[in-house]
Design a protein around this ligand. Structure first.
Ligand code: G6P
Length: 614
């Protein structure tokens, strides 16, 4: 969703903060890019300047010559429009009537209409259609009544309803940035001679590695030498909450790659290697989660988008390795499971960001019924792992591209280790089998590299064939089904070509009606077993005989099946290693389709990396 950032610095130490503010905001651009804006206290002047416009950050910065300005305390915002279409007037930050207060907000203020009416009746003039603007006017209202800045801010927070991460600056207190968090993510970057707030960690990496995650319901302010956090009127201790982030600055930069998506696909071997080693050295995390799962009589798994697909892969391995049924559901559908869960159940919540609102709401609803929660996340201390009974962290490093790539495979790796550990705890496999499987998984990174290496040329040629198509099917069986769902999601997200995934056997029950001459159908050959190969062979023939252009991406064992127009080998992975070899070529296909069609794969239209509105 939107990205917000604020920096306040001692000018004697850091000088002008505008270059940092622009840089930090650009690192948040993946969260929304409909419009962008800056508000800051000008160096040496008793003035608050607001510069904002429609469009991506670079063009707004250029149009308003933001880089030529000087500021000491500032906030900035990149917008994913919810209330009011993208335009200059609706771009954040929003100011009060006198232009002395500026606010940037990520989230939705549900009761903004009534507050706006009330404020208008009191004479406030609104200049945008947004829900956010009420915050600036409310603050103005209480300041004009003589309240102190912090009291006014607390009053504002007590009146607004909805979800929010807010940053607010005020000319009357030129070194202070107020902040508040309810659901939408917010972190504080702890500096020397400066402090910062932001929607996420990567945006502050060039400034500081010392991070505090602001918790739900917390609010306060930062100044260059002061951090003050409160929760429900009581001061919160924050020093013990400082985390040293190990992500490098390079990991949050393109490093010579044309796009983050490409870089993140290519760095999967390393991400898998680091996740594998990290989880083996933190085996207690996985074992504790496994013991929670082993004692449950119902196992649910949830997530949104790509994370949900990782959940489906988990359900597959839980059924084939652990021999336990798992109930997967899409996080936003949690209401349909209202009567379920409870003390004897476990919910596995998967979220790379740890902040997706649908997944968080599902977690909270299940937890309220006594369900034990295990979570898989890539972001330390984010809300979902913090609210879980046991968190397992992937070590993918920051993922900037909006479409999830490396976090998908690292989630699968963590979930597979969890399935193995659960199978062992329950006695479904013995210690020897457990060890063999864990040793096999060590090759996940190697197979990801091999999958890319053996397929890259063929994927390039395939891109030329597919780039002018408007539709395609992606079909698989068994483990190939969730991998097909994920591949179709990637193609749709970044190339805007309509791709639909189906279990191959089910394609006869409807989808086949659309097949005509040259309609592309991609089959995924995930399992090298004879039965799967024979069955998929049948599905290929059904499509081929109706004129489809048939492609198979998968295990070498599928080479030579009849009726194929195009075959892409990913080597010969076992079923345990198949996701790592098969997924990267499919991600590359989506990426190359996007680039060849002139799309920006890092910032697909209408999408956001972390969705914090229901
Ligand atoms: C958004 C992103 C997807 C992501 C999904 C879930 O839709 O665009 O790439 O898979 O959210 O995100 P999470 O952080 O919960 O894994």
């Amino acid at each position: 969703m939107c990205g917000i950032v604020g920096i306040t610095a001692d000018p004697l130490i850091t000088g002008n903060i505008i270059p940092q503010l622009i840089d930090s905001l650009k690192r948040l651009e993946y969260r929304g890019y409909d419009s962008a804006g800056f508000a800051f206290i000008e160096c040496g002047a008793d003035k608050l300047l607001v510069l904002k416009d429609k469009g991506k950050i670079d063009s707004v910065v250029k149009r308003h010559r933001v880089g030529s300005k000087c500021g000491t305390t500032g906030i900035a915002h990149t917008r994913w429009a919810t209330h009011g279409p993208p335009s200059q007037r609706n771009a954040h930050p929003h100011a009060d009537c006198r232009g002395e207060i500026a606010v940037a907000h990520n989230g939705i203020i549900k009761n903004f209409a009534e507050l706006r009416e009330l404020l208008t009746a009191k004479g406030h003039r609104f200049t945008s259609d947004t829900d956010t603007e009420v915050i600036a006017h409310l603050f103005e209202e209480y300041i004009s009544k003589g309240m102190s800045g912090f009291d006014a801010f607390k009053k504002v927070i007590s009146l607004i309803e909805g979800t929010y991460a807010i940053v607010l600056i005020h000319l009357g207190e030129p070194t202070r940035i107020y902040f508040a968090r309810h659901v939408s993510p917010l972190i504080i970057g702890v500096g020397e001679g400066f402090n910062a707030v932001s929607s996420d960690i990567p945006s502050l990496l060039p400034l500081t590695r010392r991070i505090i995650v602001v918790r739900d319901g917390e609010y306060g302010y930062i100044e260059p030498y002061r951090i003050h956090i409160e929760y429900e009127g009581a001061k919160a201790e924050w020093r013990s909450r400082i985390r040293l982030v190990t992500w490098s600055i390079e990991s949050a930069e393109k490093g010579g790659y044309p796009h983050f998506m490409f870089k993140e696909i290519m760095e999967q071997p390393r991400a898998l290697y680091e996740t594998y080693n990290g989880l083996l050295s933190a085996a207690a995390e996985v074992d504790k989660a496994a013991s929670i799962i082993s004692s449950a009589d119902h196992i649910f798994v949830t997530g949104a988008g790509t994370s949900y697909h990782a959940g489906l892969v988990f359900a597959y391995y839980m059924s084939t390795i652990t021999r336990l049924p798992v109930i997967p559901f899409i996080a936003s559908e949690y209401k349909a499971y209202e009567g379920l869960g409870g003390r004897r159940a476990v919910l596995i919540a998967i979220s790379q960001s740890g902040e997706t609102i649908d997944t968080l709401q599902a977690l909270r609803a299940f937890k309220a019924r006594g369900t034990r929660i295990v979570s898989i996340s890539n972001v330390i201390d984010s809300t979902i792992p913090r609210e879980s009974h046991q968190a397992i962290y992937t070590r993918a490093g920051p993922e900037i591209g909006v479409a999830a790539t490396k976090t998908f495979l690292t989630q699968i790796l963590a979930l597979t280790l969890l399935s193995i550990s659960t199978a062992f705890t329950l006695g479904t496999i013995d210690s020897r089998e457990k060890e063999d499987m864990i040793n096999e998984l060590e090759k996940a990174g190697k197979y990801a590299a091999k999958g890319i290496e053996t397929s890259i040329r063929r994927i390039e040629t395939l891109t030329d064939v597919l780039k002018n198509k408007t539709n395609m099917y992606i079909l698989g069986r068994g483990l190939g089904v969730p991998l097909a769902y994920e591949a179709a999601l990637k193609v749709k997200e970044v190339s805007y070509i309509h791709a639909e995934a189906y279990p191959a056997g089910e394609s006869k029950h409807g989808p086949i009606a659309l097949i005509e001459e040259d309609y592309p159908v991609i089959f995924i050959g995930a399992s090298p077993s004879k039965e799967y190969i024979e069955k998929l062979q049948g599905n290929v023939m059904e499509m081929k005989s109706r004129g489809a252009f048939t492609i198979l991406i998968g295990h070498d064992a599928y080479n030579g099946i009849k009726g194929l127009d195009y075959f892409v080998s990913v080597g010969n992975p076992s079923e345990l290693l198949a996701p790592y070899a098969i997924t990267p070529p499919l991600q590359l296909l989506a990426y190359k389709l996007a680039v060849s069609l002139g799309r920006d794969p890092d910032k697909p239209r209408n999408l956001a990396k972390t969705v914090t509105v229901e």
